[in-house]
Design a protein around this ligand. Structure first.
Ligand code: NAP
Length: 343
């Protein structure tokens, strides 16, 4: 099921930078499904893929190389080309009057750039000194769609989270390499070389950029700092371990929380059943819990295994699964645009 589109009256010119990538293609798919009425969509990437084509609904768009002129007259610029291109082209697109929504980590911690999960803090994105809104990291987005409503009721003081992240989070080339690894693994052949630095087929990896000074992967530090910024709570304690698993799409998270007062599983379930962007998939007696395959293609974040923490009375444990390319990137960006432009 795809989230009900919001209504906007105007038609907008939209540019997607990074249109040939895993997130960019998903952005075009999400844009075509929803009612952010686009009068024109421009597919932009590097000169490498200029002239190639990408799908936009039942239409085909020819990819243009990014340039200053490519942002002329653009109302909404959705960026998913990595931090370098975001730093370079974000201010240019914003100066030309586009609402820039950036998926990279380039601007997330900039004090003049709001970091937004629409279900949690859309209002923060209404003040944009640089004309740019940052989309959080995929793991942070799905975690906060689930935890935001609980935090509003009884302030979360600590989060311990372990992630089980799909390879699509590492981009289109990594997915191709993982599929080649999986075929070789099944056939007992030597592992092919490619975008993933080690063997993921039949294993688990922790291959994000490392900050050796603190002993954390960059992905873990993002979850800490982005959570504090989005919840406007510099004191919330976040203890993450991020892990890549041999799954093509859909991130999963095992989460333990401590709140400022005890919360029962019944109360948490009732809050989550009413929460926007959340679907509770939780019938333990019948063996019902969300999997990455259940989340694939969905915009909702799926929450299951809601239970009281026997190791920390008053705390809660949850299992949170989301489509990292949709809600973790493309859908979240399009929802920000819809939320801001529908006003
Ligand atoms: N995958 C996820 O789940 C996810 C989730 C949240 C955020 N993100 C972020 O989104 C961004 C894109 O991720 P991805 O997974 O879609 O990567 P990807 O599959 O590798 O795609 C990268 C895209 O960026 C374009 N590009 C690269 N260098 C460029 C340049 N110098 N100028 C213009 N375009 C350039 C590529 O175009 P060419 O075809 O021309 O090379 C391609 O379209 C990253 O910042 C990533 O951290 C990803």
């Amino acid at each position: 099921m795809v989230t009900e589109p919001s209504r906007t009256d105007r038609r907008f010119r939209v540019a997607v930078l990074g249109a040939t990538g895993a997130v960019g293609r998903k952005m075009l798919e999400v844009l075509a499904e929803r009612r952010l009425a686009a009068s024109e969509v421009r597919a932009l990437a590097s000169p490498r893929s200029a002239g190639s084509t990408v799908a936009y609904g039942d239409r085909t768009l020819v990819v243009a190389p990014v340039s200053e002129a490519a942002f002329d007259g653009v109302d909404v610029a959705l960026f998913s080309a990595g931090s370098g291109p975001s730093k370079e082209w974000g201010p240019i697109a914003a100066a030309k009057g586009a609402l820039v929504i950036d998926n990279s980590s380039a601007w997330r911690m900039d004090a003049d750039v709001p970091l937004c999960v629409p279900e949690v803090n859309l209002d923060a994105a209404r003040v944009r000194p640089r004309g740019i809104v940052a989309n959080p990291n995929c793991s942070t987005i799905q975690m906060l769609v689930a935890l935001g409503p609980l935090h509003r009721v009884a302030r979360i003081r600590r989060i311990v989270v372990s992630t089980y992240q799909a390879i699509s989070g590492a981009g289109a080339q990594a997915v191709d390499h993982f599929r080649a690894q999986s075929r070789a693994f099944a056939a007992g052949d030597p592992m092919p070389k490619g975008a993933i630095s080690k063997q993921l087929a039949g294993s688990l990896l922790m291959e994000w950029k490392r900050d050796v000074n603190v002993g954390y992967q960059e992905e873990e530090l993002k979850m800490i700092h982005e959570t504090r910024k989005i919840l406007c709570d510099p004191e919330i304690r976040v203890s993450p371990t991020t892990v890549r698993v041999p799954v093509v799409n859909g991130h999963s998270e095992s989460i333990a929380i401590e709140l400022e007062r005890p919360m029962s599983a019944t109360e948490a379930r009732a809050i989550l059943e009413r929460a926007p962007g959340v679907r509770v998939v939780d019938d333990f007696a019948s063996g019902v819990y969300p999997t990455p395959l259940d989340a694939d293609g969905e915009d909702d974040v799926l929450v299951g295994r809601i239970r009281e923490d026997l190791g920390h009375p008053g705390g809660l444990l949850l299992w949170v699964v989301g489509d990292n390319l949709r809600k973790g990137a493309a859908t979240n960006a399009v929802q920000i645009a819809e939320g801001l432009l529908s006003h």
